[in-house]
Design a protein around this ligand. Structure first.
Ligand code: URA
Length: 222
């Protein structure tokens, strides 16, 4: 069973969680999974600490479980941390930046479900001259195939450089949004997801577990 902290708090408030057959009254209760039996709705829960990893994805690796030709993002994870990991969304082979990997299906759902509209921040280098990008991003860019994107934000950083904040994760979304405004993306870097910024100390290709505070910050988002 995978639940977010918010869902766990709700279950506790509804007295659905017990520890050694005593109802757990507060989310601050301390439980020792090695010696105590925890039940949710009467069912014993198997206990394992979930893993949530931050990867600084370098260019040239693919977000896929296996690939015939290329290294995958999972090849960058130490073998003892790899089991059951999935990527939270994806980054293109040529894209770089923050990619979360986890074995917690509820967290993947919470961060990728379109209804939640979790924000993603991209730093983009492009060629060409964009036509009225601020207004078009704010209104919702219409892609070449007619798809209307949700409102997003466009901030010019320098000629041919911008920062975008988008709230959805369509296939090649950023490249298609920039193309719809008359440009061509040459570099794409994801700087943040749901308020979590890529650790500037994390080198391209490196991976580390999130801290508890970072996980709480992600969990707490609607
Ligand atoms: N948008 C893209 O076009 N590519 C990515 O990898 C992520 C967002």
């Amino acid at each position: 069973m995978g639940v977010t902290r918010k869902e766990a708090s709700l279950l506790i408030r509804r007295r659905r969680v017990s520890c050694d057959d005593v109802a757990v009254r507060t989310a601050a209760s301390h439980v020792d999974p090695a010696t105590q039996v925890v039940r949710v709705n009467g069912e014993v829960v198997a206990w394992h600490a979930r893993r949530v990893l931050m990867l600084h994805k370098p260019a040239g690796v693919v977000t896929a479980n296996h690939d015939e030709h290329d290294r995958t993002v999972f090849d960058l994870v130490p073998p003892d941390l790899r089991r059951d990991l999935v990527a939270v969304g994806r980054l293109d082979k040529d894209a770089t930046g923050l990619l979360l990997l986890t074995d917690d299906g509820a967290l993947v759902h919470a961060l990728t479900h379109p209804k939640r509209g979790i924000e993603k921040v991209y730093e983009v280098t492009y060629e060409g001259t964009l036509v009225d990008p601020e207004a078009r991003f704010a209104a919702g860019v219409t892609l070449a195939d007619g798809t209307r994107c949700r409102p997003a934000s466009f901030e010019a950083l320098a000629p041919g450089r911008c920062r975008l904040v988008v709230h959805e994760g369509r296939y090649h979304q950023v490249k298609r949004m920039i193309a719809a405004c008359g440009g061509h993306v040459t570099e794409l870097h994801r700087a943040a997801v749901g308020g979590l910024r890529l650790d500037p100390e994390l080198a391209p290709g490196a991976v580390r577990p999130l801290t508890d505070a970072e996980i709480d910050a992600l969990d707490g988002r609607d």
